[in-house]
Design a protein around this ligand. Sequence first.
Ligand code: IPM
Ligand code: MG
Length: 354
Amino acid sequence: MAKKKVCVIKGDDSSPEFVIPTVELLEGMGLGIEFSWPATSEEAIKKFGNPFPPEAKKAIDEADCTLFGSTRGMAGGLGYLRWGKMTYANFRPVKWVKGMRSPLKRPEGIDFVVIRENLEGLYPGREGDIERLAPLKLTDWVTGQVLDTSMKGKFAVRVITEENTRNIAKAACDLAMKRKKKGGKGKITVSSKYNVLLQSDGLFRQIVEETARKYPELTFEQQVIDNFCQQMILNPQQFDVVVMPNEHGDVMADGAGALVGGLGLAPSACFGKDYAYFEPTHGTAPDLVGKNTVNPTAMILSAKMMLEYLGFEEAAQRLEKAVYGVYGEGKYLTPDQGGSSSTTQFCKAVREKL
Ligand code: IPM
Ligand code: MG
């Protein structure tokens, strides 16, 4: 196999504290991956006066994929990784294993993936003054009234396209099939506000249903997003692959991460047709800067998804098993999981199990 190239974006605040040891773990696995480390965000502002300099774009383009830490916003490359590389499908797996500090009484068997649409919906921020809507003479279906555009205020546009929804629905079904082969439930749940947003979220729901019906081995179900939110807390074991529009997925994925023990455990992968990047679901934990206590699990499990993408299937399984082994043993957990180990000690414990 030709050498794989990975661009690493260290991220802001405490992010380098979990990105660097994760890459060290990967290096220790002897897979011959070549890593590049462009400066972005604050580091790049200091060096070049630009949060996303051309060097960083070049490093992303030249790599097979990007391993991304956490950032405070879109400016340091995240915008490019999403819309520049058209990474439409954001997979956010939620799995509980023994040792993870879930707030639920019975977390056994929680194992589902939130697939968040990554490019449309309310992103990437098409907003403006309400008066700009005047020429459209928008009528709402509940009251039949034309929007009063003399009001002072702002609007945001929410877009759902057929093509992109078909792409994400297919990604969801393919993942459910893959999971079914390994003993998964073979179930697709679509969730959005389709009972109110009859057209946009209605279209999203309809396309996911049409797509799922083409896979006779999968079962299909739908849940309005507010119902999903309570179902996820009451009975998260019912889910397998859940697919939702962008901002719904953004919110629900954080809640889903909390179910198994917090965002420190929640990995993610974003796939496009010919590029992918891998990042934890959580933010930059500014309160933990310099403490060496941030939980690197979400980052390591994101790296595990990256290894699968790059074709290192066996190494990916080995890495995941080692992480779960550290939880099972419970000796080297970080403070968010009730332990007293540092980030470095946790990573050392993973390395010893590899
Ligand atoms: C996420 C984050 C981002 C988002 C922010 C940092 C722009 O919350 O990846 O979930 O809203 O997409
Ligand atoms: Mg988020």
